[in-house]
Design a protein around this ligand. Structure first.
Ligand code: FEO
Ligand code: CA
Ligand code: CA
Ligand code: CA
Length: 599
């Protein structure tokens, strides 16, 4: 077994180091604050912030991205207006600076994913059994993502600007399909016989920024939009659809009633065109988004990346479902700084791997390459396109480790480690399901855990790694919990870790999704050191609204502001019987992005 933990105290060349010398370093979000204590209780219809910090609501569902539009009202919604307004259920965010130096930390473009819609929280009198066409089309327009110009004013507060440079990507935006599976017969439809053009992106959950300035937005739970898997002939496609959760009959959303492409009895291949990572150039708002099939088709939670030692790019991504896998993609070619023409094709060529976590603390990245190992014609894999479209099947054939719902995965370039949030799995170790293993060590793991991975040679291109547990979440008084070895009487409790971020000091930040199911608290953002005597000492910075999960942690370029999405405030209520009206805008709760800073 190679030794992987020798570098905890070793410095590492960091692309962030210049930030630490910047004139605004004193305003950075260091872990020197008194955590929220006690944590924000359930129910609490507001956000809470640790002393010494402020949070501003920066943009809400329904806010106009362009000038000349009527102000948002619930009754005044149309699909055309929604396509020009901030979408529903904000998730991952990414900040793209404009200009250079400290000023670039105050001027930028913010990308925000809009994961999914909830008709009960959008339309008075919404009938889930009989949505109207207009409601469905508004929901299509509220999916995807927003690219929004943002500025920080002299008083420190952040605002978005209505600007012609803003952009909406929705569930009907024309998107190119590229890479090894593009054009494959399994991606062809009546409307797109080329198999290379698809309408829209769906269920955009997490994401990542590339080394060449583009963003990757990850399609997660695409199964819920499709209907009538029973109509498909028996075979691998139907079986895999069932594994994803595609309904046998009608869908919960009923979109197929108005848009036949969501009905597999009419368009059997449309679902194959979702579950991908989508690349978007934020600096060219008219550029065509691209679904990068080389990164595989699964319920991608995220797509955060880092450079390999020889200058290529690695993207980590988890498949967020019980007993699914952790993946990594490594480009074939090197990133060439400033060479947009070369870089725009980087994600079409490379190797996708899936992780096996060995019991002894080592692990292996297993390549999803057609014709190697079990991924052969004889075993039912027709081509590389087939391997990528059926990445889950390929991972199973390779013997990948079944994980407790991999959510965000975040490289830590300061330390040379990688963090994996495993949000929970209430079926681990139960009858008919996988038993515990050292990487998923708790039965009925309702509180989730976080693993720490170090690539061999600290090279993101490595095919071997070491791993260990960083956190076993839950009530610190529960003896099954572990907070990095730190004194659990001094930690902020967390459960259901989801989105991750790493700051320039190599500190880890975690947003939770589902803590109230385990602990008497709303969801939270906590920060913790991962090295030194305070490794595992979680501190709660921020508490979310009743019914919400917290998502999308991302820093501005000077790291003086943290952007967090408050997703689905008041979930479980309806417009007419609300359990939240946050952020207090009147009629209805509105998912929003908040900017957190010292104040
Ligand atoms: Fe969309 Fe896995 O959270
Ligand atoms: Ca998530
Ligand atoms: Ca992240
Ligand atoms: Ca989640």
């Amino acid at each position: 077994m190679f030794q992987v933990w020798d570098g905890d105290r070793r410095g590492r060349r960091s692309r962030f180091r210049d930030r630490l010398r910047s004139p605004v370093a004193d305003e950075c979000l260091a872990l020197d604050f008194e955590p929220l204590d006690p944590p924000v209780p359930v129910p609490f219809d507001d956000v809470a912030i640790a002393d010494g910090f402020v949070s501003d609501v920066m943009i809400r569902w329904g806010d106009n991205l362009f000038s000349g539009l009527p102000a948002f009202t619930v009754a005044g919604q149309t699909a055309q207006l929604q396509a020009q307004r901030f979408g529903f259920n904000s998730d991952w965010t990414a900040y793209f600076p404009i200009g250079q130096g400290p000023a670039s930390g105050r001027n930028g473009m913010l990308w925000v994913n809009h994961e999914y819609t909830d008709g009960l929280m959008m339309f008075p009198g919404y009938d889930p059994a009989n949505p109207t066409r207009e409601q469905v089309d508004i929901e299509l327009a509220a999916h995807g993502g927003s690219l929004v110009r943002v500025v920080q004013g002299p008083a420190g507060n952040w605002n978005y600007l209505q600007s012609s440079g803003n952009r909406r990507v929705t569930a009907v935006t024309s998107i190119e399909i590229t890479g090894p599976a593009a054009g494959d017969p399994a991606l062809r439809t009546t409307r797109d016989p080329s198999g290379r053009r698809v309408l829209g992106t769906l269920n955009n959950c997490g994401g990542g920024v590339t080394g060449w300035g583009t963003l990757l937005t990850a399609e997660e739970n695409f199964d819920q939009y499709f209907a009538n898997n029973a109509a498909l002939p028996d075979g691998p496609q139907k079986t895999l659809n069932a594994r994803f959760g595609v309904p046998e009959g009608e869908s919960g959303r009923k979109w197929e009633r108005f848009h036949p492409r969501f009905d597999l009895s009419q368009e059997p291949n449309e679902a194959n065109r979702f579950g991908w990572v989508v690349e978007i150039d934020p600096y060219h708002p008219n550029s065509v988004p691209r679904k990068r099939t080389a990164l595989g088709r699964l319920k991608h939670e995220a797509a955060a990346g880092t450079a390999t030692l020889d200058g290529r790019w690695a993207v980590y991504t988890g498949d967020d479902a019980r007993f699914e896998f952790v993946y990594k993609f490594v480009t074939r070619d090197r990133v060439r700084p400033g060479d947009a023409r070369t870089n725009q094709n980087l994600l079409d060529h490379g190797t996708l791997y899936v992780a096996r976590f060995n019991d002894n603390g080592t692990g292996t990245w297993l390549p999803l390459v057609h014709g190697t190992g079990p991924l052969t014609q004889a075993n039912g894999f027709a081509s590389q396109a087939d391997v990528l479209i059926r990445a889950r099947d390929a991972g199973t054939a390779l013997g990948a480790t079944a994980m407790d719902r991999p959510e965000d995965i975040e490289p830590n370039p300061v330390i040379g480690s990688v963090y994996i949030a495993l949000t929970n799995s209430d079926r681990r170790g139960t009858e008919g399901n996988p038993d515990v293993d050292p990487a998923n060590p708790r039965p009925v793991n309702v509180a989730g855990h976080v693993l720490e991975l170090v690539e061999a040679g600290r090279d993101a291109a490595a095919t071997a790694f070491g791993w260990r547990v960083l956190l076993l979440c839950g009530d610190p008084a529960d003896p099954s919990t572990y907070y990095g070895g730190f004194d659990k009487s001094q930690v902020s409790e967390i459960a259901a870790p989801d989105n991750l971020a790493v700051d320039s000091r190599g500190q880890l930040w975690i947003a939770t999704d589902g803590a109230p199911r385990v602990l008497p608290m709303n969801d939270a953002v906590v920060g913790l050191p991962v090295v030194g005597p305070e490794r595992g000492r979680t501190r709660q910075l921020f508490g979310g609204v009743f019914g919400s999960e917290l998502t999308g942690i991302y820093f501005n370029s000077t790291e003086t502001t943290m952007f967090v999405s408050v997703q689905h405030p008041g979930e479980g209520g309806t417009i007419t019987q609300p359990t939240s009206r946050w952020p207090g805008s009147g009629e209805v709760a509105r998912s929003s992005v908040v900017a957190i800073r010292r104040g």
